[in-house]
Design a protein around this ligand. Structure first.
Ligand SMILES: Cc1cc2nc3c(=O)[nH]c(=O)nc-3n(C[C@H](O)[C@H](O)[C@H](O)COP(=O)(O)OP(=O)(O)OC[C@H]3O[C@@H](n4cnc5c(N)ncnc54)[C@H](O)[C@@H]3O)c2cc1C
Length: 423
């Protein structure tokens, strides 16, 4: 153990009273876990430290940020190798020097967890998910055995282990290093605006028939803010994309801009008028489902009702768009909802250290989930909640029929359940 406090981006994790922090994963580390009375469940891994399970009261934490910072680039194959403490923003800055890019998500602050949990980028509709870029994975299974797996060349060579690591790795082992494909660095078009409720409905409608090079993300709380992002492959592309963006309705603050790197795009938030507070704690639940199409009005009406009764001003519902190459399925992965078009996520916030308000917010989140389940039957486990009642349900909605196979693999590779539970 190195120290007994930790500073993390996620407020719940940051405020937690941990048992101790390790900073390296090696045989000594596993020996300490084995000899500890308190190990089996209370142990968490932190890479980017952006989730509520990066640290928690009375848990040991393995913080990979300091000692796992290496990045290297293969000039010939254009592959990049990163260790687990590298943030997605740092990855993109590094690749920019080689005129390459990686489909990171809506924030450069996230870490390895972004890749390991699937990784839905605003560019995923044309590039696939982050797990689709994986070429090699190195780490330690929960039983302490070191592994180094290579991407299979064909479906016939696919093993359950590779499939499991692509989307469910965080339940089975500690990932220390990955090798990834990279993409050419191309300029991006960004459209941001504030919308009325009916304009959001229209934007979603239009986005559902967009080409794969364009995606829509939006956030609905006190206000509605949307962000469309498109990749410019050539000059012809640019005018087509601009025409589509100019067709989108908006109420105010419309800005169409060009950026040369995904990490420089504006954040998806409410601008200067947000009600975010550092004294809040929060949980996030990610859902997955098909296009809304003729159900558009019905879903939006439900959303409006849910937002109107949110228990805290910082609660919101947001969404990002998938589809196109996100469906890419040349090799099976543990991201089974390949046909999803929208990933709405529910952000539930409450005043820190107020159990009654926490309970109320978690009830609101459950209500949101129940009311949206008909249109979003899947779950994206970008954030896991083994500490909440709904963990069993989130696991079965995320992995469905593949879950028993994951449980079998866990019994082999993590028999003491030191990694987060699959039950
Ligand atoms: C501002 C913001 C924007 C986001 N945008 C997107 C987006 O566009 N698309 C998207 O898909 N997701 C997005 N996310 C979700 C985010 O990618 C996931 O929550 C992800 O799990 C965060 O990873 P982390 O390393 O930053 O966090 P951490 O809290 O460090 O880790 C998250 C989980 O992964 C496990 N874990 C982390 N590293 C390892 C490792 N090396 N080995 C084993 N287990 C590990 C931890 O146990 C933890 O449960 C966003 C999150 C934030 C905060």
């Amino acid at each position: 153990m190195i120290r007994n406090s930790i500073s993390l981006q996620n407020q719940n994790s940051n405020d937690s009273d941990v048992l101790g922090v390790f900073e390296a994963v090696n045989s000594e580390f596993f020996q300490s876990l084995r000899s500890s009375q308190q190990t089996s469940s209370p142990f968490l891994v932190s890479s980017g430290g952006t989730t509520s399970r990066a640290a928690a009261d009375k848990h040991w934490v393995l913080d990979l940020r300091k000692n796992y910072q290496n990045i290297s680039f293969d000039l010939k194959k254009k592959h990049v190798e990163i260790e687990a403490g590298v943030t997605m923003g740092k990855l993109c800055s590094f690749l920019e020097k080689h005129k390459r890019s990686f489909p990171i998500g809506l924030s450069g602050n996230t870490g390895m967890g972004y890749i390991l949990t699937g990784g839905i980028s605003p560019l995923s509709r044309s590039k696939g998910l982050a797990i689709d870029q994986l070429i090699e994975i190195k780490g330690f299974w929960g039983n302490g055995k070191e592994f180094h797996l290579l991407r299979p060349n064909t479906k016939n060579e696919l093993t359950n282990e590779w499939k499991a690591l692509c989307g469910a790795a965080i339940f089975l082992g500690i990932i220390t290093q990955v090798k990834l494909k990279t993409q050419p660095l191309r300029p991006l078009l960004s459209w941001t605006a504030n919308l009325s409720f009916s304009q959001l409905s229209e934007c979603i409608n239009q986005a559902e028939s967009w080409p794969n090079s364009l995606s829509l993300q939006w956030i609905f709380g006190d206000d509605i803010f949307a962000h469309a992002i498109g990749e410019i492959k050539n000059t012809g592309d640019e005018s087509v994309l601009i025409k589509l963006l100019e067709k989108l309705p908006f109420s105010r603050n419309r800005i169409i801009n060009k950026f040369n790197n995904i990490k420089s795009l504006p954040n998806l938030n409410f601008g200067n008028n947000n009600n975010y507070s550092n004294s809040n704690h929060s949980e996030v639940l990610g859902l997955l489902g098909p296009a809304w199409q003729e159900k558009n009005q019905q879903v939006l009406k439900i959303l409006k009702e849910l937002i109107n009764k949110r228990p805290n001003k910082s609660c919101y519902i947001a969404s990002q768009q998938l589809g196109g190459l996100t469906h890419l399925n040349d090799l099976d992965t543990s991201f089974i909802h390949r046909d999803a078009i929208w990933k709405p996520w529910i952000n539930g916030a409450w005043e820190a250290n107020n159990p009654a308000k926490r309970k109320r917010t978690l009830e609101w989140m459950t209500e949101c989930w129940n009311n949206l389940e008909f249109i979003c039957p899947g779950v994206h486990l970008a954030q896991i909640h083994p500490h909440l009642e709904w963990h069993k349900k989130e696991l079965s909605s995320a992995f469905e029929d593949w879950l028993p196979n994951l449980e079998e693999l866990k019994a082999i590779h993590d028999p003491r359940n030191i990694m987060p539970p699959l039950k």
